[in-house]
Design a binder for this molecule. Structure first.
Ligand code: XIL
Length: 405
């Protein structure tokens, strides 16, 4: 199932771009925006947080800076993903129908609709940023975990819950209720969902991560999540989303998982590859290989969380576990960070363009470094002041060359 081809909506996009061009404060002289430059190839999006949708400055970002961030989002991108506002811990705090908090997610959707953006919901079923109550029940936990006791909440919300557990039926019921409520609320407005996030194990030979979803429900938690989401909104594009898929071993597991879902007739409709990269390993060759193999599944590919870390601490691997994020941006920047960032972006965008028959969407994980979860690794095309970097000019140049061929 493919998205409407951006080539076919070009007139609307052009009209929008023309209006915005008049008021866009931030762009290299005479440069087209990202969304204009890649119009014939794929959507270009960004994740945004509640600061941007609420539109009011904070102690992190003055009103003036925030206004510039918003102008940048509107001028450069035609697709938006909610960075945090639709995660279980933000949208469904307590059990039961009155346990939902929709304010911030509603604001995201209103902002996106007002600006005519293609909206993506992130994410329905994940081992992280999910409250303990989801997994709690009256079944004794397995011995080992019980002995460890409940771990204290981590910086990014509760760590693995280890108290008495829900039964398979209870957890499936909660999952169904959550998916029906959230997907149902935004039906017709959110066009694509990250249905299951990061279910693949990073190391070892097991395909699936040892999460509470897997332990309590069993491996079919993935199929169930997709089936519920499809029932809740038959028109939504349903994605499986994961990180580290540039790593051949993890990619083999992805291919095993997706093929098995396809054989079972599960409605998985797109591959989401997060692409939290680093300047040491991001290259044309590496991305070309990854996209070639992923495209063999016959599904569209969405690059869902793109950034390229330039901090020393993030050069060892492309894992994106949120608990290790602080260490991934430690140690200062690598030597010649700006040049290496430009080369890395140039390489991967060449690969995106080569595979544009499969790549439908490229989403940056934040509009500029100031709004990035890895801001210390200066990973985006726009700096903390929203100014385009040489890497921006490089990808625009590639798009222009590709367009004129
Ligand atoms: C990150 C957000 O960017 C942070 O603001 C938040 O504190 C933690 O989560 N993979 C995902 C995203 O799927 O949801 C994560 O986002 C980054 C890794």
């Amino acid at each position: 199932m493919r998205l409407p081809n951006p080539r076919r909506v070009s007139t609307i996009a052009l009209l929008g771009a023309a209006t915005i061009a008049l008021c866009a404060p931030v762009r290299s002289a005479d440069s087209p925006s990202l969304k204009e430059a890649f119009q014939g190839s794929f959507l270009v999006g960004t994740a945004i947080n509640r600061g941007i949708t609420a539109g009011t400055g904070s102690r992190w970002r003055s009103q003036e800076q925030l206004d510039a961030d918003i102008a940048l989002v509107v001028a450069q991108f035609n697709q938006l993903t909610a960075e945090n506002e639709m995660k279980w811990e933000r949208i469904h705090l307590r059990e039961g129908a009155d346990g939902y908090e929709f304010e911030a997610a509603d604001a995201f959707v209103e902002f996106g609709v007002a600006h005519d953006m293609y909206l993506v919901g992130h994410t329905l079923v994940w081992h992280s940023q999910t409250p303990n109550w989801v997994f709690a029940g009256s079944n004794p936990p397995p011995e080992a975990e019980n002995a460890a006791g409940n771990l204290p909440p981590g910086r990014f919300g509760p760590r693995t819950y280890s108290g008495p557990r829900a039964s398979r039926e209870e957890l499936l019921q909660r999952m169904r209720d959550h998916i029906f409520t959230v997907v149902g609320r935004y039906k017709g407005k959110i066009k694509a969902w990250d249905v299951v996030n990061e279910a693949i194990a990073d190391s070892g030979t097991e395909v699936l991560r040892d999460s509470l979803w897997l332990q309590i429900i069993g491996p079919d938690f993935i199929a169930k999540a997709f089936e519920y989401a499809h029932e809740a909104d038959p028109d939504a594009v349903l994605r499986y989303n994961d990180y580290g898929l540039e790593n051949p071993a993890k990619r083999r597991k992805l291919i095993t998982l997706i093929k098995s879902l396809q054989e079972q007739g599960v409605p998985v409709m797109a591959i989401g590859t997060q692409a939290h990269l680093n300047v040491s390993s991001a290259s044309f060759e590496n991305m070309d290989q990854a996209l070639t193999e992923m495209a063999s599944l016959g599904l569209p590919i969405h690059v869902t969380e793109l950034d390229i870390n330039s901090a020393e601490g993030g050069q060892r691997n492309t894992r994106a576990g949120i608990a290790e994020n602080a260490s991934a941006t430690e140690g200062g920047l690598v030597d010649e960070a700006a040049r290496r960032l430009t080369e890395a972006y140039e390489g991967i965008f060449r690969a995106f363009l080569k595979h544009r028959a499969s790549v439908e969407m490229v989403t940056f994980w934040g509009p500029n470094d100031a709004n990035s979860w890895r801001r210390r690794g200066t990973p985006l095309l726009f700096d903390v002041n929203g100014q385009p970097k040489p890497a921006f000019d490089a990808v625009i140049r590639l798009a222009t060359e590709a367009g004129s061929k």
